[in-house]
Design a protein around this ligand. Structure first.
Ligand SMILES: Cc1cc2nc3c(=O)[nH]c(=O)nc-3n(C[C@H](O)[C@H](O)[C@H](O)COP(=O)(O)OP(=O)(O)OC[C@H]3O[C@@H](n4cnc5c(N)ncnc54)[C@H](O)[C@@H]3O)c2cc1C
Length: 331
């Protein structure tokens, strides 16, 4: 690992002051450090300065009928938060599924959202892939069983954060802060496809950090989510210690038994959390039945373009969407 200096920032102000650099990647924030230290050991990133941001907000607070979650909140604390569970069950289910208890106790909400892709070519210093300035995506002709089935490349990573998927389904925002002040960004506009941003995965500027995830109130007339029904469903290769093969988060606004509006987002199938409005349209104005959930799930994967080794993910993604829809109606 390249030698680096270490700054322990006590709060947001100190973190931003310590992260100022004109060059991307020269100064990097570290939260739980689980992802960052691995990247540094493998020379995928080699910052001159690492700034600990564990001093960012570690609270989950009520905010305009919704919740404001500090970036330094541990994933385990989110998974055990009573109000979050009542109001945003799809997020809590996703938090419960992350890695292992140790990973959830160490990993933070901000670090989870900002973790880098798990693509084995990107993570291996021997492969100078497109994302690292090389000329090709090795997944195209190589081992691509865990790669994207949507997004059309040219880099075929899948987005790794389990938490970002439900945050988008809930219409959440990220509060970000940097040397030019703070701003809020719709979570649905935050992540970028490789053809818009090959070397990064989102719209954050080099010296900006996520400080909070902001989730809007569950619905106008609802006491703690009565008319909002939501759920996440993940399919994994093994039960723990791994990322999902495919996941889906569903958020339904109900008028009695009828779906007024829906948001459906899939995870682990594209370089960004993949919202599927075609599937949402299938649900709008209908009561949920097994057949309607199947129709929506079929619509969700209709545009998939699998690679040589990951066609199986289509069926898995379809199942995740259908089960998330059915689970939401049971909440
Ligand atoms: C075996 C294993 C299984 C896992 N399974 C899952 C899973 O199922 N689902 C899932 O979602 N994750 C999974 N993870 C990932 C794990 O949740 C993340 O590694 C962890 O959330 C990263 O959090 P951290 O706080 O340690 O981040 P760090 O390692 O500190 O940071 C990660 C990256 O984000 C940047 N960063 C951190 N915080 C901020 C911030 N507030 N603003 C801007 N940039 C920031 C850092 O510079 C770094 O690039 C797994 C990890 C392991 C090791």
């Amino acid at each position: 690992m390249k030698a680096f200096t270490y700054v322990n920032a006590a709060n947001e102000k100190e973190a931003i002051a310590a992260l100022q650099s004109a060059e991307r990647g020269k100064m990097l924030p570290m939260a739980g450090g689980m992802d960052l230290l691995g990247l540094m050991k493998d020379y995928i990133v080699s910052p001159d300065r690492v700034v600990s941001i564990k001093g960012l907000d570690q609270t989950i607070a009520a905010s305009d009928g919704g919740l404001k979650i500090g970036a330094a909140v541990k994933i385990a604390d989110l998974a055990e938060h009573a109000a979050a569970r009542k109001m945003f069950p799809a997020l809590v289910t996703a938090a419960e599924g992350v890695g292992t208890p140790q990973i959830r106790n160490m990993g933070t909400v901000g670090g989870n959202i900002m973790q880098r892709p798990r693509c084995w070519y990107f993570r291996n210093e021997e492969f100078n892939c497109l994302k690292k300035g090389g000329s090709r995506c090795y997944a195209v002709e190589g081992e691509n069983q865990f790669h994207a089935i949507f997004g059309d490349g040219p880099c075929h990573i899948v987005h790794p954060s389990s938490l970002a998927v439900p945050v988008i389904a809930y219409g959440g925002k990220f509060r970000v802060a940097g040397p030019n002040g703070a701003r809020e960004i719709d979570a649905g506009e935050f992540f970028q496809l490789p053809n818009a941003n090959l070397y990064g995965e989102n719209v954050l500027q080099p010296n900006e950090i996520i400080t909070h995830v902001i989730l809007p109130a569950p619905g106008p007339s609802t006491a703690l989510g009565a008319s909002q029904r939501s759920a996440s469903y993940e399919v994994r290769f093994k039960q723990s210690h791994d990322w999902p093969l495919a996941s889906a988060s569903v958020n339904l606004v109900m008028a009695g038994p009828t779906v007024k509006s829906a948001r459906i987002v899939m995870g682990a199938v594209a370089p960004i959390p993949w919202r599927v409005q075609a599937a949402e349209r299938v649900l709008a104005g209908k009561a949920i039945t097994d057949a309607i959930a199947t129709e929506a799930a079929n619509a969700a994967v209709a545009g998939a373009r699998p690679m040589s080794g990951n066609k199986y993910k289509i069926q898995i993604a379809k199942t995740a969407v259908k089960r998330a829809i059915l689970a939401a109606t049971r909440v």
